[in-house]
Every structure is written in C-alpha cells, then in structure tokens.
Design a protein around this ligand. Structure first.
Ligand SMILES: Cc1cc2nc3c(=O)[nH]c(=O)nc-3n(C[C@H](O)[C@H](O)[C@H](O)COP(=O)(O)OP(=O)(O)OC[C@H]3O[C@@H](n4cnc5c(N)ncnc54)[C@H](O)[C@@H]3O)c2cc1C
Length: 194
C-alpha cells in the first residue's frame, strides 16, 4: 500500500509513513488529532492525478476517495449540490444531467478527478474562460482544522467577518484574527480584473 501511494501523476516519488482509508468523518477527525499528537503530516488525496507532487510525501497519505464518495444533498431550485470529497467529476455530472445542470470545470482527467482534488487544485479546463474555474462554483467547504475542530469556510459579509474575528478563543477565530488584541478592519474587497 505504501508503495502504491508513493506516486501520483507527477514525476515525484516518496514512500509515505502510512496510508489511511477513512470511512467516516469521525475517522478523518481522529486522523487529524492523531497527526497533531504525533506531529506527523497528513496528505489528503483523492484521485492522485496532480502533476506537481501535491499528494506525494513522507507523512500519512489519507485517501478520501475510497469511501467518502457520496452525493449528500441536492437542491434543484438553488442549483446546489453537497458532496463528499471522493465524488468523481463526471459521475457528479451524470447525477446532475437529468436536472439539466452540470458542474462546469472540465479538467482533462474528469473521468477520474474528484471534487476534493478539484477544490484543492482549483481545477479548470478548456472552457474555463467561459464557465469559470472550480472556486467560482464552490459555495462553501466544511472540514477539520489541524486541532480536529470543525470549520466551514465560505463567503462572509463584513459583519459576519467581524463576528468571526470576535469569536471565542479557538483555532478558527485565530485564522480570521491572528492578533486578537488588535481589532480587525473589515476585509478589503478586491475588484476582479475581468
Ligand atoms: C493528463 C493530465 C491532464 C490534466 N489536465 C488538467 C486540466 O485540464 N485542468 C486542470 O485543472 N488539471 C489538470 N490535470 C491535473 C489534475 O488532474 C486535476 O487538477 C484534478 O482535478 C485533480 O483531482 P484529483 O482528484 O486527482 O486530486 P488529487 O491529485 O488527489 O489532489 C489534488 C489536491 O487537492 C488536495 N485534496 C484532495 N482532497 C482533499 C480534501 N478532501 N481536503 C483537503 N485537500 C484535499 C490534495 O492534497 C492535493 O493538494 C491534469 C492531470 C493529468 C495527469
């Protein structure tokens, strides 16, 4: 198993310390806590088609595609779908097709690439100039921080951002506000060059 997970689609090769195949969110949380306790790195991985060694390393490779591959919820009216990281891009589109919808980013590896990895790489494809890249279709992402706590990231209004900065002392609050003694300004909004 370690040899199998020592490569991805890149030129790099490195034997990981171990390979984990979590079945549930609780397994993922436990892995994060284990890694923090033992000070080892985790390497989240879905299809492993990355070209720059993203999923190769000396830590514990966590294959999130093997079991965590379900469509969890679908709202036709809002045109939103909630998925686990291991859903393959083309399989998601087979699911959406009868509803007249599709998830647009079309990497050449779309019959293998999974949504977790597409988010990690901000994957795109030949028609991304028209349809946008993965991040332009991502509504929010829920996961675990390095201490095992759960967090959801998505767009925030200035008021929501201020509330996050003033939250109870936690890793999530420190991400928004690394220097709690200094009051945070509202986030600067950037104008897209397009
Ligand atoms: C022949 C070929 C053609 C390609 N063409 C394109 C292309 O046209 N467009 C394009 O954008 N890319 C392309 N790629 C690169 C790659 O296929 C895509 O970026 C693909 O979307 C990656 O998906 P994956 O499931 O393989 O991700 P992986 O390689 O498994 O992971 C990608 C990144 O996401 C992280 N990650 C995965 N799951 C999670 C998770 N649950 N939580 C946190 N982090 C996570 C990983 O740690 C890694 O950093 C190509 C690759 C090959 C080999």
């Amino acid at each position: 198993m370690r040899a199998l997970y020592a490569t991805d689609a890149s030129e790099y090769q490195e034997l990981p310390l171990a390979v984990a195949l979590p079945r549930t969110e609780a397994d993922v949380r436990e892995l994060v806590r284990f890694a923090a306790r033992h000070k080892v790195g985790l390497i989240p991985r879905t299809a492993g088609t990355s070209l720059a060694g993203q999923v190769v390393g000396s830590g514990i490779v966590v294959d999130l595609g093997r079991h965590l591959n379900q469509v969890i919820a679908f709202d036709r009216t809002a045109r939103r779908v909630r998925v686990q990281p291991g859903v393959v891009r083309n399989e998601l589109n087979l699911f959406l097709q009868p509803h007249g919808l599709f998830f647009t980013p079309e990497t050449s590896t779309a019959n293998r690439a999974m949504i977790g990895g597409m988010v990690g790489n901000n994957s795109c494809g030949a028609n991304s100039i028209v349809h946008g890249t993965t991040r332009e279709h991502l509504v929010s992402a829920r996961g675990f921080l390095s201490d095992g706590s759960e967090a959801t990231f998505g767009p925030l209004t200035p008021a929501e951002f201020t509330a996050k900065c003033a939250g109870p002392d936690s890793l999530e609050t420190r991400i928004y506000n690394p220097h709690p003694t200094q009051p945070q300004q509202n986030p600067v909004s950037f104008q897209s060059p397009r």
